[in-house]
Design a protein around this ligand. Structure first.
Ligand code: HEM
Length: 435
C-alpha cells in the first residue's frame, strides 16, 4: 500500500492494514489520513487485535463529545468494569491509570475540580520568568559552539523543567522524569526500550509517592503541596490516585510540548521567508503557535472504548470495540480547513483539535500558550539563522501517540551567552543512565 493517492487502492485493504504505530504511518501520516477520510472515514483495522479509527473532523467531534458511549476509562485489572477498558493508549501501554484523562464523568469531574484552577492562564503566568531562564540557559549551553541537538538541548529540557517547577519536583532530576516518559511514548510494547521506560515510570511513581509524604510534612508553594491532602466529598483522595494525577502532568506535558517546539523549528528552517516574518513581527507568534499546533498535532491519536451498540458514519460498533480518534486527521480535514497542508500564520477561525475537544480537552493548554512565545521568541532573537539537518534527524519510531523526535541536529551562527545561568546549565546537562 505505497500509493495512497491511487484510486485503485481498495478502501477495505487500506482500512485493514492501518497501523498508527507502523513506520509507514510515521513516514506518510498525511497521505494515509487523507486516503482514510476519503475512502473509509471510520475504518476497521485488523492490527493489534482489531480496532476502529475515526478520521473526519465531524466523526472525531461526535465521539469526543459523547463520553457515555465512547469511554476513556482505564481499568487495568478489569475489576471495576470488566475486561477491555484500556484507556486512551491503544494498544494498552501498561497498567498505569492516568487521572483524570482515563476516567469518565462524573468521576473525572471531581478530580478535574481539584486541580483545574492551577491551570488557568492567570495561575500559570507566574511561571513566565522561569521559562525565560530555562530557555536562555539551554541556549547558553550551546550558543558559542554554533550547533545543538534541538531535542536534547532545548525541546526536551524546557517543557520538562517547567512541568517539574509547576508540580514541585526537584528540577535537578528532570532527565530522570523526561527520559522514561519519551521512551514509553514511542517504544513498542515489549521491546528493551519500552522495558527501560516502564521501569523509569515505576521509579517516577515511587518518587511521586515519596514527595507527597514529604510535602505533607513540609509544604511548599507547589501543586503537590496544595493537593497532597485533597478530599473528594469529604473523603481523602487515595495516594495512588494523587500519584496518577501528577504522573499525567509529567507524561502529558513533556513530549507534546517538545514535539511542538521541534516540529515548528524544523518547518521554519525550511521556510526562511516565513521565519523572517516572525523575526520582524512578534505579534504573529501567537497565531503561528496555533497554526503549528494544528499542522503538527503533537498528540496524533488517542483511544476510546465503546460502551453500547452504536453507528458512526454508517459503521456498526459494538460494546468492547476500541476506536481511535485521530486529532491529526481532524486537523487536516479539508472540509474544515482550507489548504490544510499549508502553514498559514493568518489562518482565520483556527479552532484546531491539537488539545482535543470535549470533557477531556487539554488542561495544560494555558501552559503551552504561555511557554510558546517566550521559547520561540528567544530562539528567534538568539539563533535566528538556525538550520536543521534533516539527514541527521531521528523521528520517533512510532508516531501513533506523539508526533515527536528522538534527535534533531541543527547549526547556527555562534553567539554570546546571556550569562549568570551556569547552575541551570549544569542541571540541563545532566545525563541519564536509567532510573
Ligand atoms: C503541545 C502540548 C500539548 C498537547 C498537544 C496536548 C494534547 C492533549 C490532548 C489531545 C488531550 C485530550 C485527551 C483526550 O481527549 O483523551 C490532553 C489532555 C490533557 N493534557 Fe495535554 N497536551 C499538551 C500539553 C500539556 C501540558 C503542558 C500539560 C500539563 C502540564 C498537559 C496536561 C493534560 C491533562 C491533565 C489532560 C487531561 C485533561 C482531562 O482529562 O480533563 N498537557 N492534552
Amino acid at each position: 500500500m505505497a500509493d495512497y493517492d491511487s484510486g485503485d487502492l481498495e478502501a477495505e485493504v487500506l482500512a485493514r492494514n492501518f497501523d498508527h504505530h507502523s513506520p509507514e504511518y510515521a513516514a506518510k501520516s498525511w497521505e494515509i489520513n487523507k486516503a482514510l477520510r476519503n475512502k473509509c472515514p471510520v475504518a476497521h483495522s485488523e492490527k493489534h487485535g482489531g480496532f476502529w479509527v475515526a478520521t473526519t473532523h465531524a466523526d472525531v467531534t461526535r465521539i469526543a463529545m459523547d463520553d457515555d458511549t465512547f469511554s476513556s476509562d482505564h481499568d487495568p485489572g478489569g475489576e471495576r468494569r470488566g475486561p477491555g477498558f484500556t484507556g486512551i493508549l491503544f494498544p494498552e501501554k501498561g497498567p498505569f491509570r492516568q487521572i483524570p484523562i482515563e476516567m469518565d464523568p462524573p468521576e473525572s469531574t471531581s478530580y478535574k475540580r481539584l486541580i483545574m484552577h492551577e491551570f488557568t492562564p492567570g495561575a500559570v503566568s507566574k511561571l513566565r520568568p522561569l521559562v525565560t531562564s530555562f530557555v536562555n540557559a539551554c541556549l547558553d549551553r550551546v550558543i558559542e559552539s554554533g550547533e545543538m541537538d534541538i531535542i536534547r538541548d532545548l525541546a526536551s529540557p524546557v517543557p520538562a523543567l517547567i512541568a517539574a517547577s509547576f508540580l514541585g519536583l526537584p528540577i535537578a532530576d528532570w532527565r530522570k522524569y523526561a527520559a522514561p516518559t519519551h521512551m514509553m511514548i514511542y517504544a513498542v510494547v515489549g521491546t528493551p526500550e519500552w522495558q527501560k521506560g516502564y521501569e523509569g515510570i515505576v521509579w517516577i511513581n515511587g518518587e511521586l509517592q515519596r514527595l507527597i509524604e514529604e510535602r505533607r510534612r513540609n509544604p511548599k508553594d507547589d501543586v503537590i503541596s496544595r493537593l497532597c491532602n485533597a478530599e473528594i466529598d469529604g473523603v481523602p483522595v487515595p495516594d495512588a490516585n494523587l500519584v496518577n494525577m501528577f504522573s499525567l502532568i509529567i507524561q502529558g506535558g513533556f513530549d507534546t510540548t517538545g514535539a511542538l517546539i521541534a516540529g515548528a523549528m524544523s518547518w521554519l528552517s525550511d521556510h526562511p521567508e516565513e521565519r523572517q516574518k516572525l523575526i520582524e513581527d512578534r505579534s504573529l507568534l501567537r497565531n503561528a503557535g496555533e497554526e503549528f499546533l494544528r499542522y503538527i498535532t503533537p498528540t496524533q491519536l488517542l483511544s476510546r472504548t465503546v460502551t453500547r451498540e452504536v453507528e458512526v458514519n454508517g459503521e456498526a460498533l459494538k460494546p468492547g470495540d476500541h476506536i481511535l480518534v485521530s486529532w491529526a486527521s481532524a486537523n487536516q480535514d479539508e472540509s474544515v480547513y482550507e489548504c490544510p497542508e499549508q502553514v498559514r500564520f493568518d489562518r482565520k477561525k483556527n479552532n484546531h483539535y491539537a488539545f482535543g475537544v470535549g470533557h477531556h480537552t487539554c488542561m495544560g493548554a494555558a501552559i503551552v500558550r504561555m511557554q510558546w512565545p517566550i521559547v520561540m521568541g528567544a530562539i528567534l532573537d538568539r539563533i535566528p539563522d538556525f538550520k536543521v539537518d534533516h539527514e541527521r534527524t531521528v523521528p520517533y519510531t512510532s508516531k501513533g501517540v506523539v508526533n515527536g523526535y528522538i534527535s534533531m541536529r541543527a547549526t547556527f551562527t555562534p553567539g554570546k551567552k546571556v550569562g549568570g545561568l551556569e547552575e541551570l546549565e549544569d542541571i540541563i546537562g545532566v545525563s541519564y543512565n536509567g532510573a
